[in-house]
Design a protein around this ligand. Structure first.
Ligand code: SAH
Ligand code: SF4
Length: 434
């Protein structure tokens, strides 16, 4: 389905207003006391909320500043609002409601995997106090990245700041770095989830084993980013941080919430969409919608190609029956690339299945035929329990890379990050078990 440039933004705001409505009146008359998160609402919806509370609309701007720039976690800390107003909002059930990091897994390589508690209310913990897997979202922090952005035009705008070893902000909880911690990274990539589980059923992916549990809201998607920003003291405009929407789930099967989060992050944190990459298994209507987005909000695009031809692709990615390679490529061609931007094709190397030099020649042909500025990111398959593929031999990986490069295709090998904590590509599933 195609849509006009305006439609998603308007629908989004309407949805948010409906949400406010559904949450009950804000004058306190018959307000329900179930928690009503402010986090995730765009500035217009926050302004409407303030107007509904009998306040001027510009108070909405103050709220947006507090939620998204200052990243304040509690209404009571929003001191730009009068104390009485804060008390009134809290009494009506409003809360900041930003998703929180509830568990941290640290890898020997510096990667961190987080369980982030989402915004669905009321059933977050079971009788034993354990957080339900469907309530948590997985997010990964990769200091120094994984080389996935190499050569795609990400790093043209913000220069590196050498020797920036300022002190981190301090606080006692998981959402803030330890007191006195030094900033030990020069750049970083955050891998963001868009759904809990995934319905696409790629045969090599551990997330697929969960099936689709639920879609994340725009606030839950953007909240992962801001919680990680807070933990690591990230300042947009100063730090080199990239986002990859490559965590759990298929972003284009949760398109409105995914793009809602992107717009929120661009508008309210100032992060450039050129620092964001969305990866899809090839959901053609989603690619077509992305092609219609205004450049000021459109993230870069990565396609999980993963196979040299339709036959192999359909075996490992059943979605290929619905949208074969040609249909995906036709949709990709509708995206108006920015100067120096490239489309990324991701290619998971499955030992003995997709890693032969002849496959590399076929992949090069496919990529050349698109006629687009493109690059290939190779990912050696990360193992997971119950999945009967094997990791490619290191020599096969190198041969594949060299063959593609020899065919004139810019090719990069993604470093596996955080395999020991199940944080690497396709490994996000183990949630609370660790
Ligand atoms: N659903 C989206 C984004 C999340 S998956 C998509 O499929 O594109 C992100 C990337 O991880 C995809 O390129 C996917 O092919 C790859 N991947 C999935 N499982 C993997 C595994 N076990 N090892 C290595 N890469 C994997
Ligand atoms: Fe879903 Fe992506 Fe995993 Fe396929 S690779 S099952 S689309 S998360």
């Amino acid at each position: 389905m195609k849509c006009s440039i305006l439609t998603p933004a308007v629908t989004e705001i309407q949805n948010q207003l409906v949400l406010l409505d559904a949450a009950g009146p804000v004058d306190g008359s018959s307000a329900s006391l179930s928690p009503r998160p402010l986090f995730g609402l765009e500035a217009e919806a926050l302004a409407a909320c303030m107007v509904g509370a009998g306040e001027p609309a510009w108070r909405g701007r103050q709220l947006a500043e507090a939620l998204y720039r200052q990243r304040l976690p509690e209404i009571d800390e929003i001191t730009t609002l009068p104390k009485l107003l804060r008390q009134r909002l809290a009494a009506q059930g409003w809360q900041v409601g930003r998703p929180k990091i509830v568990q941290v897994f640290q890898s020997a390589d510096g990667t961190e995997r987080y369980l982030v508690q989402g915004q669905s209310q009321g059933k977050a913990q079971d009788a034993a106090g354990k957080i339900g897997a469907a309530e948590t979202v997985e997010t990964v922090w990769m200091p120094e990245g994984d080389d996935g952005e190499s050569g795609d035009g990400s790093d043209q705008e913000t220069p590196e700041i050498p020797g920036d070893h300022r002190q981190q902000k301090s606080s006692g909880d998981q959402n803030s770095p330890a007191e006195g911690a030094q900033k030990r990274w020069q750049r970083a990539t955050i891998c963001v989830s868009s759904q809990v589980g995934c319905a696409v059923n790629c045969q090599f992916c551990l997330t697929a084993k969960l099936g689709l549990q639920r879609n994340l809201s725009a606030g839950e998607i953007a909240g992962q980013v801001l919680s990680v920003f807070e933990r690591h003291g990230v300042e947009v405009g100063r730090d080199r941080v990239n986002l990859v929407f490559m965590g759990m789930g298929e972003p284009f099967l949760n398109y409105d919430n995914f793009m809602g989060a992107v717009r929120l992050l661009v508008r309210e944190t100032g992060l450039s969409p050129q620092r964001m990459t969305v990866s899809t298994s090839g959901i053609v209507p989603g690619i077509e919608r992305l092609a219609q987005e205004a450049a000021e909000f459109r993230p870069k695009l990565a396609i999980s190609l993963n196979a040299p031809n339709d036959q192999v692709r359909a075996e490992i990615m059943p979605i290929n029956h619905k949208w074969p390679i040609q249909a995906v490529m036709d949709a990709v061609r509708q995206v108006k690339l920015r100067p120096r931007e490239r489309i990324t094709f991701e290619y998971v190397l499955l030992g003995g299945v997709t890693d032969r030099p002849a496959d590399a020649v076929e992949v090069a042909r496919l990529v050349r035929r698109t006629g687009l500025p493109a690059k290939v990111n190779l990912i050696a398959w990360n193992p997971g329990p119950g999945i009967a593929y094997s990791t490619p031999r290191p020599e096969a990986v190198e041969d594949f890379r060299a063959t593609l490069a020899g065919e004139g295709i810019p090719t990069y090998l993604r470093k596996p990050r955080g395999r020991d904590i199940y944080a690497a590509c396709g490994q996000l599933k183990r949630t609370v078990e660790g």
